[in-house]
Design a protein around this ligand. Structure first.
Ligand code: MG
Length: 251
């Protein structure tokens, strides 16, 4: 209902503000552990708790995935960011009985043109998918829009993971590949996560022995952007606000 959607929006705005705060600190020389600490402090100082910490035993507040790491990278004191890296930060909050969850890929200093294109295309794929998130459409309409756009550039679309609904991983899942007109029907008031994970090379991924980190098999870079979206009759009501993040990092 509307009250629940507003609580999800509140959480997702806090996630966006946390990602902005983390983004402000992304620079060569910083460790991913330090970014995790900054994110956790920000979340807690705003009356929420990090939703990922302890989730199925996950040991940190943020997932921070560098270069060939696609998602679920564990922050570490030994992972020092360097010029030209890209870093995907996935953040979840829990507050007032609801969660927020979204992700953004940041450049560390100047990145190559081909990496910049990977980031831009992945973000645009998210927007193309989001445009399909309206009541009456099906999940496959979102999936196909993401897949078609990313594959046009020769990129690999990760199939092993998908966007999940809010309350930490409710149905329906939203794969980043699929066919138009197929899959669960999108209904007014449904809240979903749309999160393309796009590889510069092939779509193949490897699950690392740490039990969490997913990386590209060919070790080429991957990008990941995620929105929480409420499905409406007139179209997507995006609960995430990337403009907060982009204002912070473009300063
Ligand atoms: Mg997420």
């Amino acid at each position: 209902n509307e009250e629940e959607i507003e609580l999800l929006r509140e959480n997702n705005l806090l996630v966006s503000r946390t990602l902005a705060e983390v983004g402000r600190h992304i620079r060569p020389g910083v460790t991913t552990k330090e970014l995790d600490r900054i994110g956790e402090e920000f979340i807690r100082s705003h009356g929420a708790v990090p939703a990922f910490l302890g989730y199925q035993g996950y040991p940190a507040s943020l997932c921070i995935s560098v270069n060939e790491q696609v998602v679920h990278g564990i922050p570490s004191t030994s992972q020092v960011l360097k010029e030209g890296d890209i870093v995907s930060v996935d953040c979840g909050t829990f507050m007032k009985g609801f969660v927020g969850d979204s992700a953004y890929t940041f450049a560390v200093g100047a990145v190559s043109d081909e990496v910049k294109q990977l980031m831009e295309v992945t973000k645009e794929a998210l927007y193309k998918g989001t445009a399909q998130a309206r009541a009456g459409n099906r999940v496959g309409d979102i999936s196909a829009a993401v897949q078609e756009y990313a594959e046009k550039f020769g990129y690999g679309v990760v199939r092993e993971l998908e966007g999940l609904g809010q309350k930490m991983h409710e149905d329906p899942g939203v794969p980043n590949y699929g066919a138009r007109g197929r899959g669960p029907l999108l209904r007014e008031g449904m809240v979903i996560c749309i999160e393309p994970m796009i590889n510069m090379g092939t779509r193949a991924v490897v699950f690392e022995p740490d039990g969490w980190t997913v990386r590209t098999r060919d070790r080429k870079p991957a990008a990941h952007y995620e929105f929480a979206v409420a499905v409406r009759k007139g179209g997507a009501d995006v609960l995430t606000d990337f403009s907060i993040i982009e204002e912070a990092i473009n300063k």
